[in-house]
Design a protein around this ligand. Structure first.
Ligand code: GLN
Length: 230
C-alpha cells in the first residue's frame, strides 16, 4: 500500500518521513502516470500559487481531478487544502487554478503573513481520538488558510480560536470575521487540514489517513469478481 505525496514543491519530504515513522511508504508524485501506482495522495503545504503553476506545467490538473473524483483518499495540508477547495478567497488568489472537490470556501493567509505564523493546542477530534495519545494535538500554522464556510456534506473536525493579536487579513467580504476558524474537515474521501501535522512528532493524523487508504484498498479487493469456474 503506497501513499502518493505530490512532490512539486513544499513539505513533501516531511510527509514521507512521517509516513516512514509509522511504517508506511510514501511515493513522490511528479507526473500524472505516477498516480496510477498509489492508492491515496497527500498534497503538502508550501505555496499554492507556485504549486499550481508547476502542476499546470506538468499537465497534472486533469489527472489530479480524476483521482479525487474516483473517490481515492486525498489529504491536503495547508496549501494542499487551498488546492482542494472549490472556492478560494483572500490575498493574491487571482488566477490560481485549483483542483477542487472539497465543498468549502477557503481564505488564503487568513491569519496574516509569515511572521504571524503560530502554534496552538487543538482538541483531538473523534477520529484521531481512536489513534490514542493525549486529548489535544499541537497544530503548526504557517501563513495558514482557514475555512470560512462548508457545504452540507463536509464534516468539521477541528477549529481554532485564533489569538486576538493576530493581524487577521480583512477583506470587504469578510467583514464579519468569525471568532473561531475551521481548520480541519473531511468530505467523504477528502481530508483537509490548515495546519502541518508532518512538522510535529504526532503521527496520529497520518495514521488516520492510512486507515482511509486501507479502507479503499479493502473495498477494491472485495469488489473483484471471480467468474464461475475461474
Ligand atoms: N499561504 C500559503 C499559500 O497560500 C500556504 C502556506 C502553507 O502551506 N504553509 O499557498
Amino acid at each position: 500500500m503506497a501513499v502518493g505525496v505530490l512532490a512539486l514543491q513544499g513539505s513533501f519530504n516531511e510527509h514521507i518521513a512521517a509516513l516512514r515513522r509509522i511504517g508506511a511508504r510514501g511515493v513522490e508524485i511528479r507526473k500524472a502516470e505516477q498516480l496510477q501506482n498509489v492508492t491515496s495522495l497527500i498534497i503538502p503545504g508550501g505555496e499554492s500559487t507556485t504549486m499550481a503553476k508547476l502542476a499546470e506545467l506538468n499537465n497534472l490538473f486533469p489527472a489530479l481531478r480524476e483521482f479525487v473524483k474516483m473517490g481515492k483518499p486525498v489529504w491536503g495540508t495547508c496549501a494542499g487544502l487551498i488546492f482542494l477547495a472549490d472556492r478560494a478567497t483572500g490575498q493574491k488568489i487571482g488566477g490560481q487554478e485549483l483542483i477542487g472537490g472539497l465543498d468549502c470556501t477557503v481564505h488564503r493567509n487568513f491569519f496574516g503573513s509569515q511572521i504571524q505564523s503560530f502554534e496552538a493546542e487543538l482538541l483531538v477530534p473523534e477520529i484521531v481520538v481512536k489513534e490514542g495519545g493525549p486529548p489535544s494535538f499541537r497544530a503548526v500554522f504557517i501563513r495558514a488558510p482557514a475555512i470560512l464556510e462548508v457545504g452540507p456534506e463536509v464534516e468539521v473536525l477541528a477549529d481554532v480560536s485564533y489569538p486576538s493579536d493576530k493581524n487577521v487579513s480583512q477583506e470587504p467580504e469578510d467583514a464579519e470575521v468569525p471568532k473561531k476558524a475551521i481548520v480541519a474537515v473531511r468530505q467523504r474521501n477528502i481530508l483537509a487540514t490548515a495546519f502541518h501535522p508532518e512538522l510535529t512528532a504526532d503521527t496520529r493524523w497520518h495514521s488516520y489517513f492510512l486507515k482511509m487508504t486501507a479502507e479503499v484498498d479493502n473495498e477494491a479487493s472485495s469488489s473483484i469478481i471471480i467468474p464461475y469456474g475461474g
